[in-house]
Unconditional design. Structure first.
Length: 234
């Protein structure tokens, strides 16, 4: 199995270039000041994609659509279309633990775009919902947290549930990712769970996650991930 790869969230061209040259494996576009999956303006997404493509950065690029309610499917789909049109490799959509989420997942699977459902973990995971998403054959799925002040993903979800999520998604053939105020201290636990990738913002900023990226912190984290042995099994 490959080593766990690093997804780094960025908000503009300058941060994207820092992440691309400092060891990120995935570049993720979002506005951290606007919630867990705060969306950038569409023109900002397009500028970052163009800048990275022009400089030949090899990293896949994802972008969030923003924190939209599950009961507003037209707005979700409109935003997916707008973000996908910017040329990103993946569009990330937050999935809340709500009744309407099943219909949202069905609609997302029918768009023809490469969608990454991001399950919001603050109220726990609905594993029937996860199984439904797995059956729809998305290219990848993630777990993230909404309340970054409540602690890390490991504070909000039992490790047993995270292990079950990783195993279930991987068995479907999709990539699996974990995120949620992750720090260096969580690296051993992350490596034991062995997701395909882990998302970072807090750990690679000089201050809190709304501050600027710190290239040195980013390079240090990338080096630690590269040095870690690949797990023998998930």
């Amino acid at each position: 199995m490959m080593r766990m790869r690093m997804l780094v969230s960025v908000r503009d061209v300058a941060e994207a270039r820092i992440a691309a040259r400092s060891g990120a494996d995935f570049i993720d576009l979002k506005e951290p000041r606007d919630g867990a999956l705060g969306g950038l303006p569409v023109d900002a997404v397009a500028r970052v994609v163009q800048a990275l493509r022009e400089q030949g950065s090899p990293q896949p690029i994802s972008a969030t659509i923003g924190d939209l309610p599950m009961n507003d499917l037209p707005a979700i789909l409109a935003r997916v279309e707008a973000v996908a049109a910017c040329g990103v490799d993946y569009v990330k959509v937050g999935i809340e633990r709500e009744t309407a989420s099943g219909a949202v997942l069905d609609a997302l699977a029918a768009t023809g775009h490469r969608i990454i459902p991001v399950f919001i973990a603050d109220r726990g995971l609905d594993f029937e919902q996860v199984a439904h998403a797995c059956a729809l054959k998305f290219p990848g799925m993630m777990v993230d947290t909404a309340d970054k002040l409540a602690g890390s993903l490991f504070d909000l979800m039992p490790v047993a549930d995270l292990r079950r999520f990783v195993a279930r998604v991987r068995a479907s053939g999709a990539l699996v990712g974990l995120a949620g105020a992750l720090r260096h201290a969580q690296l051993p636990a992350l490596q034991e769970l062995a997701p395909d990738f882990a998302g970072f913002r807090s750990a690679v900023c000089a201050g809190d996650r709304s501050g600027a990226l710190d290239p040195e912190r980013l390079r240090e984290l990338a080096a630690r991930l590269r040095a870690a042995p690949a797990p023998l099994s998930a």
